[in-house]
Ligand binder design. Structure first.
Ligand SMILES: *Cc1c(COP(=O)(O)O)cnc(C)c1O
Length: 367
């Protein structure tokens, strides 16, 4: 038996008739840009997120970039980002000319460490971009308190955490704006690139709508130098079908994670720490292990696909070499990059597959 890391074909097979019907509906309507599917998806996802506005975009990265442009973040402003986020959080801030300032993560949750955040704030800090990594909400009580105390803007990178809750509240509702990605492998995925901005602020939502569509308020009337980054109608129609299943799929991910954690409790591998008061949606089930790379090869030889999220922290990427960071600057993020391995996890993953993954892990460590 081979176990893939995620199985998008199985994911499609389970809902194929409704996806096919949705695609046909859009193609027959010949409304490919904007229109009812996009508007309905934006309304339905806003209701799901318990937020006022969802503005569809071309990708999660584009959503972040539009947010930074709309806030606005200007050249020379500092934006604080966790060193172990996916690089897109930082790239979007860089794209508007901001200086990215990295902070280390918490060794248990791998989310931004609020103590480190506090010490990274300078007179030039304009915003904090906090990622809810792997589907687990960051420590929002403390992060909101710190950003408010310093008068900073707060952006949530919710690209891995559709539907997660912190203190009963959906992620994406804590800051000034949030970005979602619908990259195919995300908890809510399109069949191509897609993303969205979430906000409760009416004026900010309008600004984002103008920016994503050539800076126009109406056709051929351009009030600002916007861009073209829209959610297309085919993707919106696909997302509307998938959204109906998202709560069930998140539930299946949580059950799979619980089963992994129970089985791992009797091995040398510690299950991931879950912060109390949160509803983790397990975009990724990552565990810290010894001899990670050898373990990965061993799993691969047994037909089990794993992944590394992420092998090189952002501050050590060549893309950020101008900041002259070196190994040792963010030791927790660096240790995580060296030691974490992500196990197969997707809604259709079966119990016997989870058992097989854990059996293989035990085999490697001769447990
Ligand atoms: C996926 C992801 C992004 C980027 O989203 P795209 O849709 O691929 O552009 C940004 N941040 C995080 C944390 C992500 O996981």
């Amino acid at each position: 038996m081979t176990i893939p890391f995620v199985d998008l074909r199985e994911h499609y097979a389970a809902i194929a008739p409704s996806i096919d019907e949705a695609l046909k509906r859009v193609i027959e309507s010949a409304i490919f840009i904007g229109g009812p599917e996009v508007e309905k998806f934006e309304r339905e996802f806003a209701d799901f997120c318990e937020i006022e506005h969802i503005i569809g975009t071309g990708s999660g990265t584009a959503a972040l970039e539009l947010i930074f442009r709309a806030l606005p973040i200007k050249p020379g402003d500092e934006v604080i980002v966790a060193a172990n986020s996916y690089i897109a959080t930082a790239l979007a801030a860089s794209a508007v000319g901001a200086k990215v300032v990295f902070v280390d993560c918490d060794p248990r949750t791998y989310n931004m460490n609020p103590d480190k955040l506090e010490t990274a704030i300078t007179s030039r800090t304009k915003a904090v971009a906090v990622t809810h990594l792997y589907g687990q909400p960051a420590d929002m009580d403390r992060i909101v308190t710190i950003t408010r105390a310093h008068g900073l803007l707060l952006v949530e990178d919710a690209c891995q955490s559709h539907g997660a809750r912190y203190g009963g509240k959906r992620v994406g509702t804590f800051g000034d704006a949030a970005a979602f990605s619908f990259y195919p492998g995300k908890n809510l995925g399109a069949y191509g690139d897609a993303g969205a901005i979430a906000t409760n602020d009416n004026a900010f939502a309008e600004k984002c709508e103008i920016l994503r569509e050539y800076g126009q308020t109406e056709k051929y009337v351009h009030v600002t130098k916007g861009t073209n980054s829209r959610l297309d109608a085919l993707q919106a129609a696909i997302l509307r079908v998938q959204l109906k299943h998202l709560s069930d799929w998140n539930g299946s991910r949580r059950r799979a994670a619980t089963m992994y954690s129970e089985l791992l409790s009797d091995t040398p591998v510690s299950p991931p720490y879950i912060q109390p008061n949160t509803e983790h949606v397990f975009h990724v089930y990552a565990v810290e292990v010894e001899n990670r790379d050898q373990l990965r090869d061993y799993m691969h030889s047994r037909g089990i696909s794993t992944n590394i999220h992420y092998p090189i922290p952002i501050h050590l990427q060549q893309a950020y070499s101008e900041l002259e960071h070196t190994r040792g600057d963010f030791p927790v993020a660096e240790a995580a990059a060296d030691r974490l391995i992500s196990l197969p996890l997707y809604p259709e993953l079966k119990h016997d597959q989870i058992e097989e993954v854990v059996t293989a892990l035990k085999g490697f460590y001769r447990w």
